[in-house]
Write a protein that binds this ligand. Sequence first.
Ligand SMILES: [Zn+2]
Length: 328
Amino acid sequence: MLELGFFKPFEKSTFTNNQCFLCGLELDVDTRSDEHIFPKWLQRKYSLWNQSLLVLNQTPVRYRYLTVPCCKECNGVHLSKMEIKFQFLFDRRFENLTMDDEQVIFQWTSKLLYGTMFKELSLLYDRSNPLKGNILPVEFVESYEAMHLFLQSIRIPTEFVDPKPWSIFVFNYKGHDFDYMNDISALGVSLKFGEIGVSIVFQDNNCVELFLKKLKYLQSFSLNHVQFLEVSARIFYGKHLAENTPKYFHIFNMEDKVLRVNTLNNLTLREWNDEEFAFYLEQIIRRNKIDIGLPIMDENKSFTTYLVDQDGIKFIDKINKLLSERSV
Ligand SMILES: [Zn+2]
């Protein structure tokens, strides 16, 4: 058993355009290509080419310019294979996901978040004085270091030892548009592909999925835009409740050539706080330029959820009713 000497971009704080973002190969005219953070098929399907995404510092960048430096092998072989597997799951509407399927969704969404972050850090790095050292908080760097390790599963067969380091939720939506939101500090990503969507948080050791298991029953409803924001916010906020940061270690087995990723510790979540969540959700809704009218939490500390049906009945009440009927 040997520990693999991976390319670790964070050790040197180099987010240069001269190395493959995935395997670290030095790029030259023969090996260089650009990997679209949001794949071309997706941009075509939802006409995203000229639309913009707000990156971390709230600067709009057109989807088509969101690329990361990538070697031809990672791009044309490893990432392409993953893309095909993801499209297959997408065509199946992410139904009945197996552990392998979840791993593909995990890889695909990790690349989105990691790629967006890479863009941001390369801008920061260019502007900062390298002699000043790392300007990013240590936890931030550590969590992306783990993310980069997980991304290696795209090119090296990998087994994630339980608990899996992610939580995935699938929802049904109204309308045919594409929507994307992330929370970099929660390591969360939410996507709406027309009538189907996935939300994921990374490095939570599956705690958020267990903690918010009732959210999974929302799949029987068709959610609108503001409901997309609220379910995503609930999942991301769930991750913000983490009291500690999981640490990971990896072992590469030379015999079966499989990388095994293990976690060193369990994650603990503190109690949900409605007031805190109301504040968090309100920020997201305002950022999306939606007029919410009254505050989400009134002076009596009563919380207004958007997760209601057309008659104003809360989905959670419907879910609880269904669950109690089942248990009788
Ligand atoms: Zn590469």
